[in-house]
Design a binder for this molecule. Structure first.
Ligand code: ATP
Length: 247
């Protein structure tokens, strides 16, 4: 059984039908890349998984670890161990790195207080483990997040997510807007996290880099899965890469 399965998912923004019968499987312990041009429906796929609205999933099923999670509210989804690092990174610019890392603890406490402790009481790695894995954040504990470089902000966004109990980490364009040498640092971190046993669903514009990292790839075009295969197969398939990925 796959850790995450989408079965013929159809998602809409109002009347616009965006995802059309999207079927995907994410195997435990793998890095799965979800690729495609601007507007292909990658972010919409992630949102259809996390329950973030819009879009609305009107038909089809999203299953995590065998449980049907279709249409559940985002806090229920994250309680199951799915976390999304969104494209816009969303940090508190006026808070320091250390304070930003406490935000998951604070939101956890709030959830506990409103009685969601049963499933959500679990936590991920500790601050010290975060700083060990992200030396750049360690050096900048007291620096305001808004003054971090793009790559450091991306690392902080990923680190914050790891503080939650995450089994499946979804990343929406982690290399977006980063200088090339920093892109590699961020990709190395993603690989390290995968080596530690987490499953990763990676959305990337930077298809060449994502293919290098991934075990298995899905290519979306106009809301439809037009190709799926191992990273090696996609690497060898010039036609698909040129037609849908422009690489
Ligand atoms: P990008 O890399 O540009 O983010 P993407 O593959 O992630 O591309 P999506 O953001 O999923 O693409 O967008 C898929 C389609 O849905 C696009 O045509 C987009 O215009 C449309 N869309 C996205 N968000 C909304 C929204 N909130 N309301 C209406 N349409 C939307």
């Amino acid at each position: 059984m796959s850790l995450l399965e989408l079965e013929e998912v159809n998602s809409y923004y109002g009347e616009s039908h965006i995802l059309r019968d999207v079927t995907m499987e994410v195997e435990e312990g793998q890095i799965i890349a979800l690729l495609g041009r601007n507007g292909a429906g990658k972010t919409t796929t992630l949102r259809s998984i996390t329950g973030t609205e819009p879009p609305e999933v009107r038909s089809g099923t999203v299953r995590f670890d065998g449980t049907d999670i279709t249409g559940r509210p985002p806090e229920d989804i994250s309680a199951h161990g799915l976390s999304l690092v969104p494209e816009e990174r969303r940090m508190f610019s006026n808070l320091t790195v250390a304070e930003n890392l406490h935000v998951p603890d604070i939101s956890q406490n709030l959830l506990n207080r409103i009685g969601r402790s049963a499933e959500t009481g679990k936590t991920g790695i500790s601050d010290e483990e975060v700083y060990e894995q992200f030396p750049r954040l360690d050096e900048r504990r007291e620096q305001k997040a808004g003054t971090l470089s793009g790559g450091e902000q991306q690392m902080l966004a990923i680190a914050r997510t790891l503080k939650q109990d995450t089994e499946l980490l979804m990343l929406d364009e982690p290399s977006e807007g980063l200088a090339p040498q920093i892109v590699q640092d961020v990709l190395d971190i993603i690989e390290e996290i995968a080596d530690q046993g987490k499953t990763i669903l990676l959305v990337e514009q930077n298809a060449a880099a994502a293919i290098k990292l991934a075990d298995y790839c899905y290519v979306l075009d106009q809301g439809t899965v037009v190709y799926q295969g191992t990273a090696e197969e996609l690497e060898a398939n010039d036609e698909v890469r040129q037609e849908y990925l422009g690489v």
